[in-house]
Design a protein around this ligand. Structure first.
Ligand code: AMP
Length: 193
């Protein structure tokens, strides 16, 4: 079992690297951002709440997120067998990290490693502005990007400590060419299996 948390600031390449990991290792890729955007498209109650918060650069409340990830693991692993899970965008708070322990215990799983993709702040902003030209996302504009970075530093970055204490934290240089970054990611994963 290879259960990976792909972690980092907005624009650090979590989605891109998760897709590459998924293609190479055949794991289940769960992106909480993508799951929320599906809820928004379906106009569900959760979607309505998420829509407002996402466009303001704020986080969706922990209880809703924990429930969502628990159900997603339950549903996806009920019909298909996977050799592991990639969590992309979850956990984003210490409370979510703590709740994840319980969710994983329930599903008989363990986190293998958290990959912390490190990218300079200016590069993050440049990447997100560029993505905003084609993504159609309500949060890829300069004003919201700045808010998302503040939220990342205040609420999300402390999640690292939770995994450092468990020796499950690995830093990956997230700057440069996508394939080069992926090679660094694979080196970490192969050293952990
Ligand atoms: P992402 O696609 O990962 O950049 O997520 C887009 C937005 O969805 C975030 O800025 C949050 O508003 C919301 N979101 C995604 N994952 C989480 C989470 N684990 N906890 C709270 N909010 C989340």
């Amino acid at each position: 079992m290879l259960n990976i948390i792909v972690f980092g600031a907005p624009g650090s390449g979590k989605g891109t690297q998760s897709t590459l990991i998924q293609e190479k290792y055949g794991l289940l890729h769960l992106s909480t951002g993508d799951l929320l955007r599906k809820e928004i498209a379906l106009k569900t109650d959760l979607g309505r709440i998420a829509d407002e918060l996402i466009s303001k650069g704020q986080l969706v409340p922990d209880d809703l997120m924990i429930d969502m990830i628990d159900k997603a693991i339950e549903e996806k692993t009920a019909t298909d067998t996977y050799t592991g899970i990639i969590l992309d965008g979850f956990p984003r708070t210490v409370a979510q990290a703590e709740a994840l322990e319980e969710v994983f215990k329930k599903h008989n799983k363990n986190i293998t490693v958290l990959l912390d993709l490190m990218v300079d702040e200016q590069e993050l902003i440049d990447r997100l502005i560029k993505r905003g030209q084609t993504s159609g996302r309500s949060d890829d504009n300069l004003e919201t990007i700045k808010k998302r970075l503040v939220v990342y530093h205040e609420k999300t970055k402390p999640v690292n400590d939770h995994y450092k204490k468990q020796n499950k934290h690995a830093v990956v240089n997230g700057s440069g060419d996508i394939d080069e970054i992926f090679e660094r990611v694979c080196n970490v994963l192969e050293s952990r299996v």
